[in-house]
Write a protein of this length. Structure first.
Length: 112
């Protein structure tokens, strides 16, 4: 898939709307359109790479930024318990081929 027909590239460019949660120099975080848990945020590098293996090997600075933004989102939105997962390949459940990490949690931060 090229960047022209990539849904996450279109979200990054603003062509398609998304509910932005946070952003950094190399990545953005937005709510998943079909949340599987009370917290379900996607962490997406601005650079188009197909999966996390490609990103980690070719773009370590962007990879670090994705991990940092995911950690910030987890601290901001959850009580601490969460998953940060990268489906890699069709058989592993990947359906969008622009790398993204899922921050999911059953325990959203309780407002004080
Ligand atoms: P994957 O299955 O590739 O690991 O995850 C893709 C995720 O992207 C799914 O959880 C799906 O709900 C989400 N998704 C697909 N299209 C859109 C969209 O247009 N907007 C948003 N916010 N999420 C999307
Ligand atoms: Zn893309």
């Amino acid at each position: 898939m090229t960047t022209e027909n990539c849904i996450f590239c279109k979200i990054i460019s603003g062509e398609i709307p998304a509910k932005l949660v946070a952003e950094s120099e190399h990545a953005i975080a937005f709510n998943d359109i079909s949340p599987q848990q009370p917290v379900h945020v996607l962490i997406v590098p601005r650079v188009h790479k197909e999966n996390v293996t490609e990103l980690a090997l070719a773009n370590p600075v962007e990879m670090q930024d994705v991990m940092r933004l995911g950690a910030q989102v987890a601290q901001m939105l959850t009580e601490g318990s969460h998953r940060f997962t990268f489906n890699t390949g069709v058989e592993a459940g990947q359906s969008v081929f622009h790398v993204h990490g899922h921050i999911t949690s059953r325990t959203p931060k309780v407002a004080v």
